[in-house]
Design a protein around this ligand. Structure first.
Ligand code: COA
Length: 160
C-alpha cells in the first residue's frame, strides 16, 4: 500500500464532507493524518482542543487515521511527521484555483511535498464548515451535514 498522507484543514468543525474524503483516503493510503491548523486567518467557533476532540470522535472507526494539531507552516509539520504527501479536496472551480495556488506554494516551500486531490461525492459537494456554523447559529437542522456529537456541540455553542 502507498504512503501516509496528511489531510490538513481548519475543521471548524469537521463535516460529513470531510469525513467522506477521509474514509476514502483511508482505503488508499497506509495512514491518514488529519492535521488541524491551530491558528489560521479564520476566526474559529471551536477552539483547537474542541476541533481535535470532535474530529477524533468522528474518526474512531478508522484505525489507520489519526488526528493532530499543528502550528506554523504545513510543510514543516509534514517534514516533522516524515510525510511527503498532502491531500486536499476540490469541490468547485473556485476551490480549484485556490487549491492550485496552495499546492504550488507548498511545493515552492519544500520541493519534496506533493499535493493530491480528491473530489467530494455530489451529495457532499455543497457542504462547508462556515454554512454549517451559520445553520447552527440560526437553530437549523445540521444532522445531515455533521456527525451526531458535532451537532450536539453546535447546539451547546448556540444555546444561549
Ligand atoms: N467537504 C466539506 N467541506 C470541505 C471539503 C469537503 N470535502 N473540502 C473543503 N471543504 C471546506 C472546508 O470546510 C472549508 O470551509 P470553510 O471555509 O467554511 O471553513 C473550506 O472548504 C476550505 O477552506 P480553506 O481555507 O481553503 O482551507 P482549510 O480551512 O480547510 O485549511 C490550511 C487551510 C490550514 C490547510 C492552510 O491555511 C494551511 O496550510 N495553513 C498552515 C500555514 C501554512 O502553511 N501556510 C502557507 C500555505 S501555502
Amino acid at each position: 500500500m502507498p504512503h501516509a498522507i496528511i489531510y490538513p484543514g481548519t475543521f471548524d468543525p469537521l463535516t460529513n464532507g470531510h469525513l467522506h474524503i477521509i474514509e476514502r483516503a483511508a482505503k488508499i493510503f497506509s495512514h491518514v493524518i488529519v492535521a488541524i491548523a491551530e491558528s489560521t486567518s479564520k476566526k474559529t467557533l471551536f477552539d483547537i482542543q474542541e476541533r481535535v476532540s470532535l474530529a477524533a470522535h468522528a474518526l474512531t472507526h478508522l484505525n489507520n487515521v489519526s488526528v493532530s494539531s499543528f502550528n506554523g507552516l504545513l510543510v514543516d509539520f509534514a517534514h516533522q511527521q516524515n510525510v511527503a504527501l498532502i491531500l486536499r479536496s476540490v469541490r468547485t472551480i473556485t476551490d480549484y484555483e485556490y487549491e492550485c495556488q496552495l499546492a504550488k506554494m507548498n511545493r515552492a516551500l519544500d520541493a519534496r511535498i506533493e499535493t493530491l486531490f480528491l473530489t467530494p461525492a455530489p451529495e457532499y459537494a455543497y457542504i462547508s464548515s462556515t454554512l454549517v456554523r451559520e445553520i447552527g447559529l440560526l437553530k437549523g437542522d445540521v444532522s445531515r451535514f455533521v456527525p451526531a456529537a458535532t451537532m450536539n456541540a453546535l447546539k451547546g455553542k448556540f444555546e444561549n
